[in-house]
Design a protein around this ligand. Structure first.
Ligand code: NAI
Length: 330
């Protein structure tokens, strides 16, 4: 079988080639869209990532090209019209858990950097500036951390924060008994917002969670609190965040995802004029830290992504899709 990869980078080529035993792999740098779909020739499988937009029109064209399976090399699937895939008899599979630790640890990295300002200290010291002025942080020990979504990543994150000696509050539609046994307290969403010094988002983007962080919920948060989003950009109303940062109500904002990231993240735009004024405004705040969707980016996760994706395709060929990795069974 031939598999066509869209939005592929050097690391995709490297890891997928390493674990490939039997497939013909075709890598395209471009994202999958109506414009790029003509690149496909006799591929029964397409392999896509977080910012490829698989809407109903794209899926219809994939069906016309005889594509039988969409293999997501990521966990989130808010970018795929699953009903359209079902209607066209195309299977959709994903990698539900490549390394929850990778993303959880990245969320912690954002917290520690924003708090202790190591990014600023690094630059200062390299320039011979050994002053401590304006580098004051706070102890994480004893602080209250609110975790929204305690699935695989939220669980790993909550356990790390417990290890720092934080009080950990959680909100999820399905509370996790093991976490309660570890002393993590499930509370109502407003109680989490009002009590937390740090709020970290680990739920998927769904119609219910779209803009979960908005002017109202930001207002409920403690003055000077920290907000971390490593989940999906659409969970946050960015213009409301900018207002809360300008008034000083929101103390820190750390993100690995951004609602309009599709044309920006994963690309080197260092010589381009960036047109996204909202992102540029965010970058101007001293208490904002942005990374470009690198939470997943560890050696362990990249190996797992390639191995599970190949296994998903082998299962499809054998007519035995694994329910835990299958979103649409044709
Ligand atoms: P998961 O499916 O294991 O956990 C999600 C949790 O959110 C579940 O416990 C679910 O009950 C809960 N949830 C669903 N709707 C909710 C709601 N309305 N309110 C509160 N909780 C709700 O997913 P996992 O693996 O922990 O991933 C979480 C998210 O992290 C993914 O959806 C994806 O958007 C993001 N992600 C980000 C990556 C990055 O590189 N930054 C990489 C991988 C995932």
């Amino acid at each position: 079988m031939k598999i066509s990869f869209f939005s592929s980078k050097s690391y995709d080529r490297s890891y997928f080639n390493r674990f490939n035993t039997s497939y013909q792999l075709k890598f395209y740098d471009t994202d999958l869209s109506l414009e790029s779909i003509d690149l496909l020739s006799d591929s029964q499988a397409v392999c896509v990532f977080v910012n490829d937009q698989l809407n109903a029109d794209v899926i219809k064209q994939l069906a016309a090209k005889n594509v039988k399976i969409i293999a997501l090399r990521c966990a989130g699937f808010n970018n795929v019209d699953l009903q359209a895939a079902k209607a066209h008899g195309i299977a959709v599979v994903r990698v539900p858990a490549y390394s929850p630790h990778a993303v959880a640890e990245h969320a912690v990295a954002l917290i520690l950097t924003l708090n202790r300002k190591t990014h600023k200290a690094y630059n200062r010291v390299r320039e011979g500036n050994f002053s401590l002025e304006r580098l004051t942080g706070f102890d994480l020990f004893g602080k209250t951390v609110g975790v929204i979504g305690t699935g695989k990543i939220g669980e790993a994150f909550a356990k790390i924060m417990k290890g720092f000696g934080c009080r950990v509050l959680a909100y999820d539609l399905q509370p996790h008994p093991d976490l309660v046994a570890l002393g993590i307290e499930y509370v109502a969403l407003d109680a989490l917002f009002t009590a937390s010094d740090i709020v970290s988002l680990h739920c998927p983007l769904t119609p219910q969670t779209n803009r979960l962080i908005n002017a109202d919920t930001l207002q409920q948060m403690k003055p000077n609190a920290m907000l971390i989003n490593t989940s999906r950009g659409g969970l946050v109303d960015t213009s409301a965040v900018i207002k809360a940062l300008k008034t000083g109500h929101l103390g820190y904002f750390g993100i690995d995802v951004y609602e309009q990231e599709a044309d920006l993240f994963f690309h080197d735009l260092s010589e381009s004029i960036i047109q996204d004024d909202m992102l540029m405004r965010l970058m101007s705040f001293p208490n904002v830290l942005i990374t470009s969707h690198q939470g997943f980016f560890t050696e362990e996760a990249l190996c797992q992504i390639a191995q599970v994706t190949f296994q998903n395709i082998r299962d499809f060929e054998a007519g035995q899709l694994n329910p835990s990795t299958t979103l649409v069974q044709p």
